[in-house]
Design a protein around this ligand. Structure first.
Ligand code: COA
Length: 187
């Protein structure tokens, strides 16, 4: 049991039986964040694509996709997902993984849950041997960008993503992971 500033939480890996709760929290958090930015029909198209029960089940079954869940009692408080890169990055010989989701339920934000999940994502990517952990975050999401920068992620480009028929600009960020281990090996 981990104490995230005043709430008792349990952190564990996600399994396929968690699909419904993960999909529900994905939809809730996405709507909380972007509900005032995009039309309902655009939100629905995006969420049907990425947070349908089928899609989340498939991800949870995929051995390339790692999920970490934060639970407070029976409530899913947050989750993170690390899996292969879908960002448009030219092959430069480096191995990368991507943090695809880092979502904390609105009522539980700001008490350390996201930080713990982010630490897990970084450690997991290191364990999987990645040179870098990268991510895409909405350019307007200054809170998340600040969190990532405070952990050493740096912006390296922008991309436009589709949210239904609308578009959103994302900042692409990356965190070098293996520098210490590599410099020791070459010394
Ligand atoms: C972004 C998000 C995941 C952060 O989770 P959280 O539980 O609220 O964040 P925490 O309370 O754990 O704070 C995370 C860390 O960032 C730091 N931090 C928080 N706000 C910060 C700010 N404005 N500037 C710098 N650092 C900040 C905290 O001190 C903490 O650092 P620590 O882990 O070293 O203690 C959460 O707000 C969220 O789910 N937002 C909606 C979905 C989203 O935007 N996800 C990211 C999309 S890519």
């Amino acid at each position: 049991m981990v104490q995230a500033r005043n709430i008792n939480l349990r952190f564990r890996d996600g399994v396929v039986e968690d699909a419904e709760r993960v999909a529900d929290l994905g939809r809730l958090t996405f709507t909380e964040n972007f509900g005032s930015v995009f039309k309902r029909s655009d939100l629905d198209l995006y969420m049907d694509r990425y947070f349908s029960l089928e899609k989340v089940k498939k991800d949870l079954e995929d051995t390339e996709c790692d999920y970490r869940l934060a639970e407070g009692g029976i409530t899913l408080v947050g989750y993170a997902k690390v899996s292969p890169v879908t960002l448009p990055i030219q092959d430069d010989g480096k191995t990368r993984l991507q943090l695809h989701r880092l979502y904390v339920r609105g009522t539980r934000q700001g008490v350390g849950v996201g930080g713990i999940l982010l630490s897990w994502a970084i450690e997991r990517a290191k364990e999987r041997g990645a040179d870098e952990l990268c991510l895409g975050v909405s350019a307007d999401n200054l809170r998340a960008i600040n969190v990532y920068e405070s952990r050493g992620f740096v912006a390296f480009g922008k991309q436009t993503i589709h949210v239904g028929d609308a578009t959103d600009e994302e900042v692409m960020m990356t965190l070098p992971l293996q520098a210490e281990a590599k410099s020791k090996l070459s010394a």
